[in-house]
Ligand binder design. Structure first.
Ligand code: T6T
Length: 324
């Protein structure tokens, strides 16, 4: 039984916000008095990770006397997310909490909103360009990938074999960092050989096909690291379909209801759970600090939690929600 907790890292920098209380948002950068509106644009709608984030953000906004509305794209896709950003229009919120779906393609639309005086807070994913956001809150995804590699190596034990990594889309800062952290850490285990990182477009169906193909082409496959809930759900389905669930060790990321069920029934051997509600809560706190002229922390790291079948019921507070 193992329960690992990666504590939040300290602030990298402190910025002093330029504006006074709730005084931003308006076309052409014109201040709008008493703008107490916050908007959350997550990566995709109706996904337990972002629902949990929204729950944390909403509760905190209410506590601090702000409103928070959520505008989510139908798919995890930069073009669809850009439409949501552009739709903020000429009467934008005072601050935008956003999970950029692409670390480069989302720069221009977010910059345009920032140019109108809207405070930008990155939640979960981030842009490569660090000059636009006042604050970024996420898990330590590299460390999460490393933890997944150590966990998988422990599960496999002394056996030799191949390991597959399922990433989502190139340009997704979080899952790309998890895959890289995992691959680097795996080098510490000479009995385990990586067969590479495969992209799945964040589609469970694609992840399932990759696993089915890997099982056919790699008879010594001993483990899979799925970098998020969609890749995990696809991997679990692929293993189940081939009758290999529980034989090939599956370490997933996140803790969606389906993943939690899979952990209980032996399809996953471990899950690295994030704390999306805390990411949302801290995102709102940073937004409000920026709006009210208080110090803002440039980078905040939310904790990760390693769940196994043995410890999961004692840590059910880390399971993601379907509704608040
Ligand atoms: O793993 C989360 C999130 O951290 C990542 O950036 C994208 O995928 C999820 O939303 C889960 O599907």
């Amino acid at each position: 039984m193992r329960f690992a907790r990666i504590a939040g890292l300290a602030a990298a920098a402190v910025l002093l916000a330029a504006c006074g209380s709730g005084q931003v948002g308006g076309s052409g950068g014109a201040p709008v008095e008493n703008n107490k509106r916050l908007t959350l644009i997550p990566g995709v709608q109706a996904e337990p990770f972002y629902i949990s984030m929204q729950c944390g953000a909403q509760a905190e906004a209410q506590k601090l006397g702000y409103t928070l509305d959520t505008s989510a794209p139908q798919k995890f896709d930069a073009a669809l997310q850009t439409e949501k950003v552009n739709a903020l229009g000429s009467n934008p919120p005072a601050a935008l909490l956003i999970a950029p779906t692409d670390d480069t393609a989302m720069l221009a639309p977010i910059q345009q909103v920032a140019a109108r005086g809207v405070k930008i807070i990155e939640v979960d994913t981030s842009l490569k360009d660090t000059s636009v956001a006042q604050s970024s809150i996420s898990s330590d995804n590299t460390a999460g990938g490393q933890l997944a590699a150590d966990t998988l190596a422990q599960l496999v034990g002394g056996k030799s074999g191949s390991v597959l990594v399922l990433d989502t889309i190139a340009g997704t800062s979080t899952t790309n960092a998890r895959a890289a952290g995992f691959s680097e850490q795996l080098k510490k285990y000479p009995n385990l050989k990586s067969v590479g990182i495969q992209f799945t477009q964040n589609e469970p169906g694609e992840a399932m096909s990759k696993v089915t193909a890997a099982l056919a082409s790699t008879p010594d496959l001993v483990g899979i690291f799925a970098t998020n809930l969609n890749t995990g759900e696809g991997a679990a389905a692929g293993l189940r379909g081939a009758g290999k669930a529980g034989q090939v060790q599956l370490v997933g990321f996140d803790a969606s209801p389906s993943e939690v069920e899979g952990l209980r029934n032996g399809e996953y051997q471990a899950l690295i759970a994030q704390d999306p509600a805390m990411i949302g809560q801290q995102g709102v706190q940073q937004a409000v600090a920026a709006l009210e002229g208080r110090p803002v922390t440039r980078n905040l790291t939310a904790p990760l939690h390693s769940l196994t079948k043995a410890n999961m019921d004692a840590h059910s507070q880390y399971f993601y929600k379907q509704s608040c």
